[in-house]
Design a protein around this ligand. Structure first.
Ligand code: FES
Length: 277
């Protein structure tokens, strides 16, 4: 984070704006200062606060894999004034970045295991660097099963990467939508039903999930039914964050703040609160 004052953003420049779905765009940013750029390292699951100057700021998970010379990527869904302003930025526009903040998915601790990823809608944004980290270090992990759900086919977020994911060694990508359309030949089912259908073994497996709260709630139920223990299930509650600063008190889960204590938790840590999701 900013060395002198964590509330002062680094300046960054928009390099790319890619439309992912009708309401989600991927912003590719480059930090302006080369020293800051070289030292801005992060892990899958962490987040940053983006400023649309003159409008406001909001927290977003990092959707890219950390690389000293790489762009920072954020999937921004249009839900209010800040996100609308960020989506309207053109290449070469200025934007503020504070971070990286928060904890991260314990990928290093789970080497040698099978990884089961379950993502819904924009919940795939924090899972994308998990997938890409595993694919870049393929020999460190066992089988990779990905279930990606969305409301409709056009709401599937990282479609441009599906072929790469699906053709990677020991990797299985399963797509599902709540509602198909004329061109959709794939599965129409809710994510928990797909988990039940595929019936993955919990043995030597860790499940990592992110999505709408209702999807997480029923996904956790289904994983438990299959025999996954709560310490084998990891989720990020980053979608509960508002200010990302520990100031708005809107992200609490029991006596924990998602922005301060997370956003990544095991099911064991939050099991008492799942019914509130
Ligand atoms: S998001 Fe505001 S206090 Fe955590």
């Amino acid at each position: 984070m900013s060395p002198e004052n964590p509330f002062v953003p680094y300046l960054a420049t928009v390099k790319n704006v890619v439309t992912l779905t009708p309401d989600i765009k991927l912003l590719g940013l480059e930090l302006d200062d080369s020293i800051v750029r070289d030292n801005f390292s992060y892990k899958a699951g962490q987040f940053a606060v983006l400023s649309a100057f003159g409008v406001g700021e909001a927290p977003f998970c990092l959707a890219s894999v950390s690389h000293p010379k790489g762009e920072l990527e954020f999937a921004v869904r249009r839900i209010g004034t800040v996100t609308t302003s960020l989506q309207e930025l053109e290449p070469e526009a200025a934007v503020g970045v504070r971070g990286p903040f928060g904890n991260y998915f314990p990928l290093d601790d789970n080497k040698g295991k099978d990884i089961f990823i379950i993502g819904g809608g924009i919940g795939m944004a924090p899972l994308r660097p998990v997938i890409n980290t595993i694919l870049r270090n393929r020999d460190d992990y066992g089988h990779l099963l990905i279930i990606n759900g969305a409301r409709t086919p056009q709401d599937l977020v990282f479609q441009a990467e599906f072929d790469i994911w699906a053709s990677s060694p020991r990797t299985q990508l399963e797509l599902t939508v709540d509602r198909g359309d004329d061109g959709w030949k794939g599965r129409v089912a809710l994510v928990p039903a797909v988990i039940a259908e595929l019936n993955p073994s919990p043995e030597n497996t860790v499940a990592i999930t992110c999505g709408p709260p209702i999807m997480i709630r029923f996904t956790l139920q289904e994983l438990r039914r299959l025999g996954f223990q709560d310490n084998q299930i990891i989720t990020t509650l980053e979608m509960k964050m508002k200010c990302g600063l520990g100031k708005c008190a809107r992200c609490n889960v029991g006596d924990m703040y998602v922005c301060k204590d997370g956003p990544v938790f095991t099911c064991e840590q939050i099991s008492k609160f799942i019914e509130q999701f």
